[in-house]
Design a protein. Structure first.
Length: 218
């Protein structure tokens, strides 16, 4: 297989980078990781060497370049079919793709007001009526997935899938901002946070030397 390289941003802050990184790890893929810290004078030039869109994450696989997290996890599902990154059944698979698309395109109030920050605990910050609606929608979605498709494992569709990779950053936001979760959602969040890959990402984030002031609520 051609060499795989995943180009990402700061692990403390980059929710979009976490998603394909987690999918790669859970697929058991061997890949090179390139971290380009954000908000530095050289950031744009460094990203431009990898990404035609000028953004990260971006996956390079030989002559293939894939950007946008949702496209990368789709590509990984095709590249590693044995990892079963999508649920096996057509109904579950369609539902998983639907909620991934909703995550990719939506929840702007939550993403804007509860920015990802793995090195802080900020309970109660960032809450607004629109954020509360996003929280209610996401937790209802989690409960629905667990009830309909979650048998056989602790994740949204039982076994880990791309859906969990797409929602993992939301789990971190709920931790950072102290969002109270019902028992079902708490168990799901704990399963995500308990993944060795997630723990490794948190450890790397804690060790990063870079700080972005606008992401550091005071």
């Amino acid at each position: 297989m051609d060499k795989l390289t995943l180009v990402i941003a700061n692990k403390a802050y980059s929710s979009w980078s976490l998603r394909p990184w987690l999918a790669l790890k859970l697929a058991g893929a061997v890949f090179e990781e390139v971290v380009i810290p954000l908000r530095l004078p050289e950031t744009a030039a460094l990203i431009a060497r990898w990404s035609p869109a000028g953004k990260v994450p971006v996956l390079r696989h030989g002559a293939v370049t894939v950007w946008e997290s949702i496209a990368i996890v789709e590509y990984l599902a095709e590249l590693f079919p044995e990892a079963h990154l999508w649920p096996a059944g057509p109904v579950a698979r369609a539902h998983a793709r639907t909620i991934c698309a909703e995550m990719h395109a939506g929840f702007v109030p939550l993403r804007s007001n509860m920015t990802m920050n793995l090195r802080r605990r900020l309970p109660g910050r960032g809450r607004s009526a629109e954020v509360e609606k996003d929280i209610a929608r996401i937790t209802a979605m989690w409960r629905d997935c667990r009830a309909r498709f979650g048998h056989g494992g602790p994740f949204l569709f039982g076994a880990f899938s791309n859906a969990d990779a797409m929602y993992a950053p939301v789990v971190t936001r709920f931790e950072t901002y102290g969002v109270d979760l019902d028992a079902e959602c708490r168990a799901y969040a704990d399963a995500v946070l308990g993944l060795p890959a997630m723990q490794a990402w948190y450890a790397d984030a804690a060790a990063e030397p870079w700080t972005i002031a606008e992401y550091e609520a005071v």
